[in-house]
Design a protein around this ligand. Structure first.
Ligand SMILES: Nc1ncnc2c1ncn2[C@@H]1O[C@H](COP(=O)(O)OP(=O)(O)OP(=O)(O)O)[C@@H](O)[C@H]1O
Length: 621
């Protein structure tokens, strides 16, 4: 199947797209900042007028010096030239300051809008799009919007205005000479259409390779421990260098394409000036006319050269900005699935009963992960989810947090369908502590404080004490003001966990979700974290995912989740007595741990805590 549209159609579409993007930019950011742009326009008009007057004065300057030398005239002309230059310089300053301020504001506004929109995306969006692509759109988009508006305003305000005024000077001085100048401009614009198309496609492929480059560089940096541990440096270097080369080659192609409009202008400009010299020479030498006129037109032409060149390639330069702005609009126009419908009430603080009623859910169409799952977690009790890997335990947690909504059945909190209340009110009543603790750059205090923005220092310290984190925090030289490093890199796994638990203490939500919170810790850290967790669970509805069954034997209820259903539930003793799936898991794990303790060869590599890897035959032994 060919993806290429017929040339005329695609050209039409590209033109349409450009004008749609520009219209939208002018009506949104352009309209918002019209006062700033109007001021910049005034400065640009002044600059154009000064430029034109300078060209005009060339006639009097030449005549006052060479044709009929008069000291007073020379003084007058040079004074006027100086004055005009001062006004022009001041206007140029005013114009660039105004444009920069407006431009920076547009970038800032659009980045805010884009970021807010990113936050309104749901978990599936982040699963589909790489972080580098999202951040790339975020910055390229905002800068594209600014660049496109900048270019249009300066092209019209500065270049077109200067050009018109200079053309007027040329016409006033010598209409015939002016005609030569006026022929140049439109001719120079012809032939840029192809360049525009090429620029757009190069911009898009450049953006793509840029995103790929940032993503692999980002991954290599974030996963630097794995890279070093597996001596993957050469592989990473090769992959990254290849993308860097691609980006470089693409940038060179883009510059070459955009620069192609210059030689055209260069040639035409030269021809025009040559023509003017010939005509003027004939007039002065053969017909005895004053050279002042000729110099004035020549100056006007020379001064018109740069703005004309910029105008001639404006369309080509605009193309990449338009593509950037389009990316921004695509992001801003994306649906906001994580936004609540207007008028949806908030969930009142619940007692914390969580019920899954025949819940059906899949991440991808046609692939059910939860298949009519029923589950009840009673208020104030601990309910453990155990079962094979991929059975759907984390998915259950994702649905309670409303990271996703079920496609069938309902998740109820105190008998209220979670979909009928705002997402933020559901999340405000749920605290999640998982194996991968995410710490933000900032201090220990900031990170605990995220549990409840606005909490006082005393409350933060109390939460840290409850999480058995206070002592190690006070052991740091700067105590609570110690920076945690990127992603908490300056803390140990157990310390990060306890900060996360302190955050959950501070949040004080009635529902607590623990997703294998102690799985990654050594036994010493685990004991401390477990103590903190036990205290955190007190009087809260706790749903805990655990692969290490020892950690959940005291749970009020244990549910075995398999293939998206609860296949067995009860207390540890009940399930052991039943001799079903749980019984098999438990004894297989118990036997495995004992074997490990005895130092049995070969068993150390087998996963202790991953029920999915356990042999079924052994389970039922
Ligand atoms: N974002 C996602 N997109 C598509 N499929 C997903 C996504 N997250 C999970 N899955 C799939 O859903 C199924 C259930 O995953 P889930 O993480 O809930 O299992 P789990 O019981 O928690 O497993 P484990 O014990 O290994 O953590 C798996 O088959 C997994 O591949």
């Amino acid at each position: 199947m060919s993806s290429k549209a017929p040339p005329s159609q695609s050209q039409g579409a590209a033109k349409d797209e450009t004008s749609t993007v520009l219209r939208r930019l002018l009506l949104s950011d352009g309209r918002t900042h019209w006062k700033g742009y109007a001021l910049a326009f005034v400065f640009m008009g002044l600059m154009g007028a000064c430029t034109a007057l300078l060209a005009y004065l060339m006639r009097d300057a030449v005549n006052a010096i060479f044709v009929a030398p008069t000291p007073q005239a020379v003084w007058a002309v040079s004074g006027a030239v100086m004055l005009l230059s001062i006004v022009k310089g001041a206007s140029a300053y005013g114009q660039s300051i105004t444009m920069a301020r407006v431009g920076n504001r547009i970038v800032a506004d659009n980045q805010k809008r884009a970021f807010d929109q990113i936050l309104l995306q749901d978990a599936s969006y982040f699963a589909k799009h790489h972080t580098a692509e999202i951040t790339g759109r975020f910055s390229a988009g905002a800068n594209g919007a600014r660049g496109a508006l900048d270019l249009i305003i300066t092209s019209i305000g500065r270049d077109a205005l200067s050009l018109i005024m200079l053309a007027t000077v040329a016409i006033v001085q010598d209409p015939f000479l002016a005609v030569i100048a006026l022929v140049v401009m439109p001719t120079a614009v012809v032939g840029t259409r192809k360049l525009i198309k090429k620029t757009k496609s190069l911009f898009t492929s450049g953006f793509r390779s840029g995103v790929q480059l940032s993503s692999i560089a980002m991954e290599a940096i974030q996963g630097v421990r794995t890279v070093k541990a597996y001596t993957l440096e050469p592989v990473m270097r090769e992959r990254t260098h290849k993308f860097i080369d691609d980006v470089e080659a693409n940038s060179n192609r883009l510059v070459r394409t955009q620069a192609k409009s210059s030689p055209l202008m260069e040639t035409l400009g030269g021809l025009a000036i040559g023509g003017v010299v010939l005509y003027a020479g004939y007039n002065v030498i053969e017909l005895g006319r004053s050279p002042g006129q000729f110099f004035s037109v020549l100056t006007a032409l020379l001064l018109a050269y740069e703005p004309a060149k910029r105008l001639a390639r404006m369309h080509v330069d605009l193309a990449s900005h338009v593509m950037g702005a389009r990316m921004l609009f695509e992001l801003l126009d994306a649906p906001s699935p994580d936004r609540d419908a207007p008028g949806v009430p908030a969930l009142p603080r619940p007692r914390g009963r969580v019920e899954f009623r025949e819940v059906v859910f899949g991440y991808r169409p046609g692939e059910s992960v939860l298949r009519g799952l029923d589950l009840v977690a009673e208020p104030g009790q601990t309910t453990a989810l155990v079962g094979q890997s991929g059975g759907g335990k984390t998915t259950i947690i994702n649905l309670i947090e409303r990271f996703y909504d079920p496609q069938g059945g309902a998740v109820l909190i105190d008998d209220i369908d979670a979909r009928s209340v705002t997402r933020s009110s559901v999340r405000a009543n749920v605290a999640l502590v998982s194996q991968d603790v995410y710490l933000f750059s900032g201090t220990v205090k900031d990170n605990i404080g995220f549990g409840r923005p606005g909490a006082t220092d005393e409350e933060i310290i109390a939460a840290a004490r409850a999480a058995h984190a206070h002592d190690f925090i006070m052991g740091f030289e700067n105590g609570y003001d110690t920076p945690v490093g990127e992603h908490g890199a300056q803390l140990s796994g157990g310390q990060r966990q306890r900060i996360a638990i302190a955050r959950a203490f501070l949040k004080n939500a009635p529902i607590l979700l623990l997703d294998e919170a102690t799985a990654a810790l050594d036994s010493e850290s685990e004991a401390l974290v477990q103590r903190a967790l036990n205290e955190l669970q007190h009087q809260r509805t706790t749903i805990v995912i655990a692969h290490r069954l020892q950690t959940v034997v005291r749970a009020h209820k244990i549910c075995v989740v398999e293939h998206g259903r609860v296949v067995e539930h009860g207390t540890h003793d009940e399930l052991i007595a039943r001799r079903g799936r749980y019984y098999g898991f438990y004894f297989a794990q118990f036997a495995h741990e004992q074997k490990q303790q005895e130092g049995a060869e070969g068993s150390a590599d087998a996963p202790v805590d991953n029920l999915g890897e356990t042999d079924d035959a052994r389970l039922h032994a």
